[in-house]
Design a binder for this molecule. Sequence first.
Ligand code: GAR
Length: 218
Amino acid sequence: MMKKRIVILVSGNGSNAQAIIDACEANKINGEVVAIISNKAEAYALERAKHHQIATETIIHSEYPDRASFDKALQTRIDCYQPDLIVLAGFMRILTADFVHQYLGRILNIHPSLLPKYQGLNTHQRAIDNGDEVHGCSVHFVTAELDGGPIVIQARVSIGENDNASSLASKVAKREWQIYPIAVEWFCNNNLTLEKCQVIHNHQVLPSSGILYDELSD
Ligand code: GAR
């Protein structure tokens, strides 16, 4: 099977992009990261890409008059790489419905909460403030609804008495680096699709909370 072409969109550190690059290079994913595109020039993810001889692009959103024109420019650059899959990895921009529809079923995102809980920002602090005992992260297909697309896989972490937003973020990040490469691996093996707003994995419709990583056997 041909390797799938993956474009990753980032805004910052890029630790999730790194996990996916590493899994591709270790042949755990039948795919190749062909470009990393950032909306911020200072994103460390761009350095990571250069270390792996991956093409980089920077498209600064503040240089565009509105969301639609930024998304058009982004789409033009993405299409140059003819990707099979677009991976949002800490890409902190809301995408227009037009953009999302161009790539429906071919865009994944990772979010630091057990969706549908805590869409948006400051997820770790909100989970602590709410007195939750369990928190986590979710990989989902992107739809026009922010952080609202069908869920592929989730991983849980427990919130300890001494946890603060920063310690919890570290715990969640470790889980993110595990579940994102798994979801990308499934997609690249043609084993993960979005059909009529439902996630199909192994020819089965997944429950609305996706697969729970903690229950996966090796
Ligand atoms: C990750 O925790 C990811 O879940 C989050 O940004 C972080 C990026 O880290 N994404 C969102 O909050 C999207 N709504 P990274 O740049 O080191 O991969």
